[in-house]
Design a protein around this ligand. Structure first.
Ligand SMILES: NC(=O)c1ccc[n+]([C@@H]2O[C@H](COP(=O)([O-])OP(=O)(O)OC[C@H]3O[C@@H](n4cnc5c(N)ncnc54)[C@H](OP(=O)(O)O)[C@@H]3O)[C@@H](O)[C@H]2O)c1
Length: 239
């Protein structure tokens, strides 16, 4: 049986993704902060390592990094917390579960159109698009954002006043870096669209199932499917 692990699966897009994957015959490990069987807080090294150890010996065919937050306000604390969940959380989980992934596993980063590179000033955009960018350089950029916010110079440095946007810019860049590091894996970022969840709010045009279908598309790609891309509803979109 093919097995998928999904983060932030208690509600919203994570929950709907699990339901759709189960409907397609997957065994789904639905993880969340409060799950009694597969507890996973993506901001905690201890929690992530504990679950990876608990699952050692298992083979994962799909990893969906869905857990995310969109906090109100904008200051150093919001910037640090947002990046720790949406960016470093996905990195932490991916790295911990890489040894469990099957050689051609699908890795899905649940991103957002708000992470398009157009939110950055051109010189900063060029740094993210540099084909030579590796994880150390990317982590340094993410830390520089928090530092620039703390010192009141983020706008001058070319960042937007949205930690959420920057976290998804980073997640998209990590998608490209991981795809280069692991060419056999199918690693893609997905925008689910604007979806009616606790995060998206009641006015969003898309149902949770419509958004989750976009995620499931990338989770069930053919073996020769794309890698290192950014997609909505199965169609490539701009970085
Ligand atoms: N809704 C939209 O319009 C939209 C658009 C673009 C992208 N997205 C992305 O889609 C993903 C899911 O969002 P959603 O709309 O389904 O929002 P949601 O209903 O607020 O769900 C977010 C999920 O993330 C989990 N989470 C937050 N922090 C976590 C942590 N430290 N460890 C583990 N899980 C954590 C939450 O768990 P708890 O239940 O424990 O809080 C919850 O299950 C996010 O990455 C979001 O950025 C959403």
């Amino acid at each position: 049986m093919t097995t998928a692990l999904v983060t932030g699966a208690q509600r919203g897009l994570g929950l709907a993704t699990c339901e759709l994957l189960r409907g397609r015959g997957f065994e789904v490990l639905a993880t969340s902060r409060r799950d009694p069987h597969h507890p996973l807080d993506v901001t905690s090294d201890e929690s992530v390592q504990h679950l990876a150890q608990q699952l050692s010996g298992r083979v994962l065919d799909v990893l969906v990094n869905n857990a995310g937050i969109a906090l109100d306000g904008f200051d150093e604390r919001v910037a640090a917390r947002t990046l720790d969940t949406n960016f470093f959380g996905a990195v932490r989980v991916t790295d911990a579960f890489l040894p469990l992934l099957s050689p051609r596993a699908r890795v899905v980063m649940v991103s957002s159109g708000m992470g398009e590179l157009s939110v950055l000033a051109p010189p900063l955009r060029a740094k993210f698009l540099d084909p030579g960018l590796e994880r150390e350089g990317l982590f340094a950029l993410m830390h520089a954002f928090v530092d620039d916010v703390a010192h009141g110079r983020h706008a001058a440095a070319g960042w937007p006043s949205s930690a959420y946007s920057v976290s998804k810019v980073g997640l998209n860049a990590f998608t490209r870096v991981l795809a280069r590091e692991r060419p056999l894996l199918r690693v893609n970022a997905v925008c689910p669209g604007w979806v009616r969840t606790a995060m998206g709010g009641a006015s969003a045009p898309r149902s949770v199932r419509e958004g989750a279908a976009s995620i499931v598309w990338a989770a069930t790609l053919a073996e020769d499917g794309p890698t290192g891309g950014f997609f909505r509803d199965g169609h490539p979109i701009d970085w």
